[in-house]
Write a protein that binds this ligand. Structure first.
Ligand code: DGL
Length: 264
């Protein structure tokens, strides 16, 4: 049975993959981490477009994927419209920072968005903000270096950068003028939510879009008549990387308790 392809610049999309596997247990997945070319978020659109196209070509050619999840906010903002134009018959789901649910759940009306510089500078993000922010105060916090620290399992770097960016995202609380909701607008960040949460009260809400993306993937597969019916080999996961696949496997095991048949 053809797999669903999922890709990210590195290990971040594993946070989305976990939601996909929970929502779609009968599907096979192939996850591609473009580690040799990561991070995407501080490099500009042309680079991200070129890499996204190369990864999708690979997933189609080598794995005959039946649908694609771009498990990366940065690649979605830079390239998803081009990927859809390149492959009109391929169902494609992308990710964008969860501003809409954040605005709906915030009581103070003060929200911070942690994301890559590329995502926050994009026209797509500007449109998202114009459509959903309303009268809310939405503060962008570009988290330079955090993806690199996560990719490198750099615990000290993750701790220092989490403290720095959460200080920029606050002050937190439920009182007037305080931020009560933080959007995790990069798929790497849910992996370090616990570390980020050390610098905020327990009442702070973190928003990420893994679950709604998984539900949208189910809808798209169903409407394309490509949903697995539960017969045949199912639930398989293949991990691939343009870099060291052992790093991806270690990340999958460490953060998500996932194991898989990995190939380089
Ligand atoms: N995980 C990615 C995102 O959701 C991008 C990280 C990067 O390569 O900078 O934006």
């Amino acid at each position: 049975m053809s797999p669903v392809g999922v890709f990210d610049s590195g290990v971040g999309g594993l946070s989305v993959l976990a939601a996909l596997r929970a929502e779609l247990p009968h599907e096979n997945f192939v996850y591609f981490a473009d580690t040799a070319y990561a991070p995407y978020g501080e490099r500009g659109d042309a680079y991200v477009i070129e890499r996204s196209r190369a990864v999708v070509e690979h997933l189609l050619r080598e794995h005959g994927i039946k649908a694609l999840v771009v498990a990366c906010n940065t690649a979605t903002t830079a390239a998803i419209h081009l990927l859809r134009a390149d492959h009109p018959d391929l169902p494609i789901v992308g990710l964008e920072p969860g501003l809409k649910p954040a605005v709906a759940s915030s009581r103070t009306g003060h929200i911070s968005v942690l994301a890559t510089r590329g995502t926050l500078a994009s026209a797509k993000y500007a449109n998202l903000r114009a459509s959903f922010a309303g009268s809310a105060d939405v503060r962008p916090v570009p988290c330079d270096g955090l993806v690199k620290a996560i990719e490198g399992f750099d615990s000290a770097g993750i701790a220092a950068l989490s403290e720095r960016y959460m200080a920029e995202a606050g002050p937190f609380g439920d009182g007037p003028g305080e931020v009560d909701t933080v959007v995790l607008g990069c798929t790497h960040y849910p992996l370090v939510k616990e570390e980020l949460g050390k610098h905020a009260p327990a009442t702070l809400r973190f928003i990420d879009t893994g679950v709604p993306v998984a539900q949208q993937t189910r809808r798209l597969l169903a409407s394309a008549g490509r949903l697995a019916d539960g017969t045949g080999a199912a639930g398989n996961l293949l991990l691939q990387s343009s870099g060291d696949v052992a790093v991806l496997e270690a990340a999958a095991a460490r953060w998500l308790g996932l194991s898989a048949t990995a190939t380089a």
